[in-house]
Design a protein around this ligand. Structure first.
Ligand code: HEM
Length: 464
């Protein structure tokens, strides 16, 4: 590996101008950034998944027909007639799920190493936008096969959007201002899921959202480069030396000794991550087929009609209150995510997983706390009914706030405030909140996948 010691600025400029790779990657990279246990290659895994999505999507476009008369049959053709079509469709679907999953994991690695600090708030914010664009791109693709699964998932989602009516009705302004209906009409090109909706979802899926993703990714990478690479721990050279016993015995550590030219070391690391991702996805694509249900039937709802896994948590919350669970809670989570870099200004323990052992303890306790809250609230819901059963005359407006989703959110916020106060650390309070959100997301998703059956009733539940 080539180490930078006496490199002059002229040499540095020459290296950058001659090499395309170094236009989007810092010319220098610290060896610590390349340690798998620091980033786990998660950002590059996301990039690899996106590239695979783009290439497989372009090939699928040659065979897919975006009309409600032909869409389903074109998918059958891709599956059964086109050479390699089934592999292409499968790899596209698994890469899409993978991108959602690894974006959340990457965000968590950034969060738990406090990498959003030291001037990286914009990189973090762009990342959150990337996560939302990923969710929307994946979801817009769901409708394209025009099967029962996608059709009813999109129908449910469009009903959630129009649930802002619950609020505007209370304010008595629905007749003048109905934002949910406006967004619904914009998305579907009408009030129902028909040809206009398919055309709009198709355009969103193949042009607008990927384009936004590419622009945001370029900006994300540029910000990382402008910040001088990754957010490393304060005494990073000592950490590297601690793992390199030969060095300890040798002469004193020379400043910059652990900086490498990123070309070609980083490129090789990135290519190997890409090839590993491609190989693992290919195995998935050969072994497991992407689901395809019967052709969409607007008069025969799926029961239960389940959203894709990443929206099942929201669907669970929506079963308590459409507006509270479908709009208010996601809004609160979004606000929390965007605000972390602005509330956590602590300079200590940056680049250290969980900010040290105290943070690890807070993470574990918060996970336990969140599981307890959700378990008790869900059990109460299932076993004893909810406010509507206990007090049948309760006004329905009250249930927008007094529902398990909002109450869970209030518990999480109060708990994090207590942690921040008791530990005298905003960072630890933020860790508590993020861990509660992550646990909530995982548990509500699991409930939606495994415990909900027809009519969204619990099919198995340990206590009732
Ligand atoms: C979905 C597409 C995404 C791609 C392709 C992507 C790509 C990358 C890459 C390659 C890196 C550098 C290496 C690494 O840390 O793993 C990185 C760093 C970073 N990412 Fe992402 N990312 C994505 C999503 C996100 C999300 C969802 C967030 C958080 C909300 C985020 C926030 C950040 C931040 C703050 C850094 C800088 C870390 C530092 O300076 O130490 N990214 N991203």
């Amino acid at each position: 590996m080539k180490r930078i010691k006496n490199e002059t600025s002229v040499e540095r400029v020459r290296a950058v101008t001659k090499n395309f790779f170094i236009h989007f990657q810092s010319p220098k990279i610290h060896v610590y950034s390349l340690q798998p246990s620091f980033t786990y290659g998660l950002g590059i895994i996301n990039l690899s998944l996106f590239i695979i999505l783009l290439l497989s999507g372009l090939l699928l476009m040659a065979y897919y027909r975006p009309s409600i008369a032909d869409a389903y049959n074109s998918i059958l053709d891709i599956n059964n007639v086109v050479t390699g079509g089934r592999y292409l469709r499968n790899i596209h679907r698994w890469a899409a799920h993978g991108l959602v999953f690894f974006s959340i994991i990457h965000m968590s690695r950034i969060f738990y190493t406090a990498s959003y600090t030291r001037g990286r708030s914009m990189t973090w914010n762009i990342g959150i936008c990337l996560l939302f664009v990923t969710l929307l791109t994946s979801f817009s693709g769901y409708l394209l096969p025009w099967d029962q699964l996608g059709f009813w998932a999109v129908t449910i989602a469009s009903n959630i959007v129009s649930s802002t009516r619950e609020l505007t009705d209370i304010l008595m302004i629905t007749a003048y201002f109905d934002p949910g209906l406006i967004i619904k009409k914009l998305l579907l090109g009408g009030t129902d899921v028909e040809q206009n909706a398919l055309t709009r979802f198709y355009l969103l899926h193949i042009i607008f959202l990927p384009l936004i993703f590419i622009l945001l990714t370029g900006w994300h990478f540029w910000r990382i480069r402008k910040s001088g690479g990754l957010n490393l721990p304060d005494k990073v050279d000592d950490l590297v030396m601690a793992r390199d016993p030969a060095k300890k015995e040798g002469s004193k550590l020379i400043k910059n000794e652990y900086q490498l030219f990123s070309w070609p070391v980083a490129l090789w690391a990135e290519i190997s991550i890409f090839l590993t991702v491609l190989a693992i996805l290919s195995i998935f694509a050969f072994l497991i087929d992407a689901p395809l249900k019967e052709i969409a039937n607007p008069v025969m709802p799926e029961n239960p009609a389940k959203a894709p896994w990443y929206f099942l948590g929201v669907q669970e919350l929506v079963s308590y209150s459409t507006f509270g669970g479908g709009i208010l809670v996601p809004l609160l989570i979004t606000i929390a995510l965007f605000s972390f870099p602005y509330i956590d200004k602590e300079e200590k323990n940056i680049g250290i997983w969980f900010s040290g052992t105290r943070g690890l303890r807070v993470t574990l306790y918060s996970g336990l706390f969140a599981s307890g809250v959700i378990f008790i609230l869900s059990s109460v819901l299932v076993g004893l009914g909810w406010i509507r059963d206990w007090f049948p005359s309760v006004p329905s407006e009250l249930l927008i706030i007094l529902n398990p989703g909002i109450i869970t959110a209030i518990f999480f916020i109060l708990y994090s405030l207590i942690i921040a106060r008791r530990t005298n650390s905003i960072r630890l309070g933020a860790i508590a909140l993020y861990s509660c959100i992550l646990t909530g997301f995982a548990l509500f998703t699991a409930i939606g996948i495994w415990f909900r059956g027809p009519d969204w009733e619990f099919i198995i539940w340990p206590f009732f």
